[in-house]
Design a protein around this ligand. Structure first.
Ligand code: CA
Length: 204
């Protein structure tokens, strides 16, 4: 089911992205989607933000099972009541891969929340740090870029070790979606990209 962020009866949990998140209520409740555009044999990261309901009516453990084309890629407990980011890796056996997220645990009324599900485009030579950023260290800002074009700018700049890329996290910051800002540092400590509408891509 779809839950509004901060909804009191659901425990007032704050979502990560937008005004809603999904709730997987009771064991085996699931959502699934077929995602196209994979390169066969390619390795992909599935990024999911998860939490458990604060005020579960039933006691006991919440878990989340993730499968790609029916192959389990994760099955882990969810004990945090605020959303946290998890990244799972899978290999694409087909161009279209069915991704399924399912609640696990004993029977009873307890709910796993999921939000901000993404499969970042594989950008050769870069590691994406969702909602990452680097304080200062800005070399140059370009608007209306793509991740790939921004990577190409960074590739040819010997001083560039990472780039910030604008995404809409709902912050009223100074960055717009598709902004590309080359970075002279990749130190993302103490920088929350959600406050600036930024992801970080680090040269590998
Ligand atoms: Ca910066």
């Amino acid at each position: 089911m779809v839950i509004t962020t901060g909804n009191g009866p659901w425990g007032s949990t704050q979502g990560v992205s937008g005004n809603h998140f999904f709730g997987l209520q009771r064991n085996a409740a699931s959502i699934k989607q077929t995602v196209g555009g994979h390169t066969v044999g390619g390795t992909y990261n599935l990024v999911v933000h998860v939490a458990r309901r604060t005020n579960n009516p039933a006691s006991g453990e919440n878990g989340l099972r993730v499968t790609a084309d029916g192959v389990e890629i994760a099955n882990s407990l969810v004990t945090n009541t605020e959303f946290e980011r998890r990244a799972f890796t899978y290999t694409a056996d087909n161009a279209n891969v069915e991704i399924e997220l399912a609640a696990t645990g004993a029977d009873g009324d307890r709910t796993v929340f999921v939000d901000a599900i993404e499969i970042p485009e594989n950008l050769p030579g870069y590691r994406r740090d969702i909602a990452g950023c680097v304080h200062a260290s800005n070399i140059e800002l370009f608007h209306d870029s793509t991740q790939r074009a921004c990577a190409e700018r960074c590739d040819v700049d010997s001083g560039c070790v990472a780039f910030e890329f604008g995404v809409d996290y709902g912050a009223s910051g100074r960055y717009q979606p598709s902004d590309c800002q080359l970075q002279s540092s990749a130190d993302s400590s103490d920088c929350d990209g959600r406050l600036f509408n930024l992801d970080l891509y680090v040269k590998e």
